[in-house]
Design a protein. Structure first.
Length: 95
């Protein structure tokens, strides 16, 4: 028996941005990639902090807000690297 088809177009399963980060965290753990693991953990922490700040303890950011947090974190890291390079602290840049 063939199931009746709906008139609505089929959309592929799209994972939310935060769900994708959680999957990346699991993959980094499995691969024992400590650099990726540290970066993703820090990013998840920043996302959770932003969600709590904006929506309360049970809130979860949408993709647009989450992407804004990621951009902010990237900017902070770039500024840190630039400051370390200007100060001649190559060990801080490599870390």
């Amino acid at each position: 028996m063939i199931a009746a088809q709906s008139n609505q177009p089929r959309r592929p399963f799209l994972m939310s941005f935060i769900s994708q980060i959680s999957e990346d965290l699991k993959n980094a753990m499995r691969a024992k990639d400590t650099v990726a693991l540290n970066v993703i953990r820090n990013l998840k922490s920043a996302l959770k902090y932003a969600a709590i700040e904006k929506l309360g303890a049970d809130g979860e950011l949408g993709d647009t807000d989450a992407l804004a947090v990621v951009r902010k974190e990237i900017k902070k890291l770039q500024d840190s690297v630039e400051g370390a390079e200007k100060a001649g602290r190559a060990e801080a840049v490599d870390a």
